[in-house]
Structure formats: C-alpha cells, structure tokens
Design a protein around this ligand. Structure first.
Ligand code: NAD
Length: 273
C-alpha cells in the first residue's frame, strides 16, 4: 500500500493504532510501519483475520508489528493493551485513536443502546486510550533520539465534528465531542511536550460507508459534496497521520487537519447562496 518514498520519519518509535484491522486504521498502521515504527494492530474481537492482513501488509513493507485484541470502550482491556505494548516494545510514542463505528437511526427511533454504543466506542474509547498513552508519555518524557515530543496523539475525528448529520445524531455528537476532547487535551498537555491533533476525514472508501460510493448513482450523489471530485482512499489518511506523528509537524498541536477534498467548504455555496 505505501507507494510513496518513505523516509523513516518514525524510526524506532512505537505506535498503537486502534481499530486497525480494516479501512483507515489498516492504512495508517501500514504507512507508519513503512516509516520505521513498530506498530500495535488493535481489533475489538471476533475474527483476527483482518488484523492478520494488516500485519501481512506491514511485513511486506519490511516493518514489524503485533496484534492485540481490546475493546477500546472497556477500561480493563485498554489498560491491558498498553501493558502488553510496553512489555513487548518498552514504551509507546504514538497513539492513533482510530476505532469508530456508526449505529444510524432517525432521532425519534434511536434507542438508548444505539446512542450509548456509539458514544462509548467513538468518544469514551478515545478518552480511555489517551489517558493510558499520556501516563506512559509522562513517565518517559522527551528522548531526543526518538522525537522532539514526549508523545503524539492523533484522534480520528470526521468532517462531522463540524457538519451536522441528520439521521446520525449519535455519530455527529461523538465526533463533536472528540473535537473538544482533543483541544482540551492539547491545551493541558502542551507544556509536557505532548502533541494532540485530529484528522477529519471526508468520504474515504472503507467498509464503514460502502453504500455511499459502491453504485454509480450513490457515487454521483456523493461527488456533489466533494469539490475535489474524487472519493478519498485510506492512504490519503495514512499519509496525513504519518506527518502529524512525525517531527515535521513538531509545532502543530490542538488542530484538526481536514483530509476531505474540500467537503467542509460548503460546496452548495459554489453555485447557490
Ligand atoms: P472501518 O469500519 O473499516 O474501521 C473501523 C474499525 O474500528 C474497525 O476495524 C473495527 O473493528 C474497529 N472497532 C470498532 N469498534 C471497536 C472497539 N470497540 N474497539 C476497537 N476497535 C473497534 O471504518 P473506517 O472508515 O476505517 O473508520 C475509521 C475511523 O475513521 C472511524 O473513527 C470513523 O468514524 C472515521 N471516519 C471515517 C470516514 C470514512 O469516510 N470512511 C470518514 C470520517 C471519519
């Protein structure tokens, strides 16, 4: 997958990528491994085949990684994932809070279970993983040979941290929450030399949104929302994540990098308004 010239920008560092058995997380894991990081491929349970595919992709790039099963919304499992990572690789330098899901329903039909499930995984899961990562970043501090920062956290948000989304109130609320979780953590942790940023993907071709692009009719409708007139690929996010994790972005903290082909540019106003 990583076709572009990798420059070992994450050499010697350790990265945990949650939900990396498919889609965006898989691409981020492979891209970070290709840049020299040792990668933890996390999946929540069920078949490990997706996680194993990610490891195969990492190995094909000459990289290394391990698989750890953990549900990011489960405090004990998150703690165990960090303990296992530190036991294996000695420390953690990078956390990519990527795991996320949708349980869509109109507001009046949305059950409390659907609401809680999405908030627990997409928002509480990011808090639980960030807290464990920060404990380790603070313990270790800055080691200049590894990175100018004591640690880097990348939150996988969405264009829906700013674009309202009818029929997806739980999802949009979770990503709006991620935005201020990210900014508050960034403000709190900057003096400790910990950088926290988000990526806001637009429409990226992954299993989460197949219905939005896999027929010509759906694709035509989707492209109306994307000024750059192409649907994103997971590698688009992988490249952005590597940059945000590397020292190339050492002065960047508390920001959302939208990788969305212009979806957040109110495309309806190009001709209307
Ligand atoms: P995906 O369904 O391929 O990946 C989501 C991953 O999260 C899966 O591997 C899944 O196993 C994992 N996961 C779900 N619940 C988990 C849990 N409790 N613990 C650990 N892992 C869990 O979809 P994707 O598009 O790759 O989504 C990745 C992230 O990107 C999500 O946070 C999603 O909200 C965000 N995002 C995606 C798009 C897009 O267009 N694809 C757009 C904006 C934001």
């Amino acid at each position: 997958m990583p076709q572009d010239g990798c420059a070992n920008r994450l050499k010697g560092q350790v990265a945990i990528i949650t939900g990396s058995s498919s889609g965006i997380g898989k691409a981020v894991a492979i891209q970070m491994a290709a840049e020299g990081a040792s990668v933890v491929v996390n999946y929540p349970g069920g078949s490990p085949s997706g996680a194993e595919e990610t490891i195969a992709g990492i190995n094909a790039e000459g990289g290394k990684g391990i698989v750890i099963k953990a549900d990011v919304s489960n405090e004990d499992e998150v703690k165990a994932m960090f303990a296992k990572t530190i036991e294996t690789y000695g420390t953690v330098d990078i956390l990519v809070n990527n795991a996320g899901l949708q349980k869509d329903a109109a507001l009046v039909d949305m059950t409390l279970a659907q609401w809680k499930f999405v908030i627990d995984v997409n928002l509480t899961g990011q808090f639980l993983c960030a807290r464990e990562a920060v404990k380790e970043f603070l313990r270790r501090g800055v080691v200049p040979e590894r990175s100018r920062a004591a640690g880097k956290i990348i939150c996988m948000s969405s264009v829906h941290e700013v674009i309202p989304w009818a029929g997806h109130c739980n999802y949009a609320a979770s990503k709006g929450g991620v935005m201020l979780l990210m900014k508050s953590m960034a403000q709190e942790l900057a003096p400790k030399k910990i950088r926290v940023n988000s990526i806001g993907p637009g429409a990226i071709k992954t299993p989460i949104n197949t219905a939005a692009w896999d027929t010509p009719e759906a694709l035509k409708e989707l492209l109306k929302l994307i000024p750059y007139e192409r649907v994103g690929e997971p590698i688009d996010i992988g490249r952005a994540a590597v940059w945000l994790a590397s020292d190339e972005s050492d002065y960047v903290t508390g920001t959302t990098l939208f990788v969305d082909g212009g979806m957040t540019l109110y495309p309806g106003f190009a001709t209307g308004g």
